[in-house]
Design a protein. Sequence first.
Length: 440
Amino acid sequence: MSTPHPAAAPAPAVAALSRRRWTRLMPVVFVTYSFAYLERSNFSVAAAGGMADDLHITGSVSALLGSLFFLGYFAFQIPGAIYAERRSVKKLIVWCLVLWGLLATAQGLIPDVRVLMVVRFLLGVSEAAVLPAMVIHITHWFTARERGRANTWLILGNPATVLWLTVVSGYLVEWVGWHGMFIAQGLPALIWAFVFHKCIDDHPRDAKWLTSEERTALEGALAAEQGRLPAGGSYLAAFRSRNVVLLSLQYFLWSLGVYGFVFWLPSIVRAGSEEGIGLTGLISALPYLFACAAMLYNSRASDRAGSRSRYVWPWLLLGAAGFYGSYLLGDAFWLSYPLLCIAAAGMYAPYGPYFATIPELLPQKLSAAAVGLINSFGALGGFAGSYLIGTLNDVTGSTAASFLTMAGCLVLAAALMFAVRAPRADAAPVPRPAPLTKDA
């Protein structure tokens, strides 16, 4: 599948707006998703840093706690996405920030494992709408030829957060314990809710920081792109669409590999390197540095080429190769560690082009629900990955089965991209995107 962009927006109008939109919106988007990813991922550091021992949590229960987040995350994807499109991204995210800040902080105050399970589930509920709502927000503000990079800056909050999370959280656990780590990393989300409310507008027409000419030009460019897409239908028709079904299955498999890696890398590193929790965090961070660099390079290349699929599946195969190589090396941790860095780059690099694909397949009012559905399958993949990989490590006493499982899932995910087909536009053939400006 090679998804062409909708008609490119008039270059002068978009170029005039580029710097103002990127510098105003993207830092806020990046930080917001970073907070969301922080709250779901620091559990793995706490588990490796004494939480499991203090609460008498077995390996299988720890895997369940890590994965319960994704059940709540799965349940509210589609309702959240539809609300964001029909009502307001801004209001939705503000309330999500408040709720998940409170729940994330509570993780450090709860001594009972059963209550902690409930909190983990509700934390998933509170974060469910964040990614689809942010993808929708980007379609309201950026043209097709910019969305690969815009989505990358959104999802860059994922590996960039884990990059510093694994370092800072490891040393926080050493200094203030896992209780203090949860509290210190949960409270800032409450403050950020006020920043988000102040800085973000739902649509260009709402933005007082744009001139009336800028608002009109951008709204016109985005409306022209929508006119190039096939005629809309019902949400049910969108959910039954061949492309949406394939992308949902594909994202499930991909997320299984990603979250199996994210949740259990600190434990894998600690067991393999035999270092303390502080240095374990530092070692666990390096693969995400490679991931960040690969994401930035790949998204810009995709936007320049006007293509999506060929900037997705090769990277997934590279990630699979990294895991398979780690499987072959068995317990030789320091030999397999560079391959884990390659696997991280392969799994993360395609995110920007991938999430730019979905709004190019469906009209905007339907793509919101489709993003919710696809991301909900990603949540199921996250549940399966965090639970399955943790259980495999616990039962086998080795990482070999885990690496082989993640490699197989990424191969299947890459293969499914070939079955996704670009839509037939109702209008004339789509022109190639205009050259990018240096401001974008």
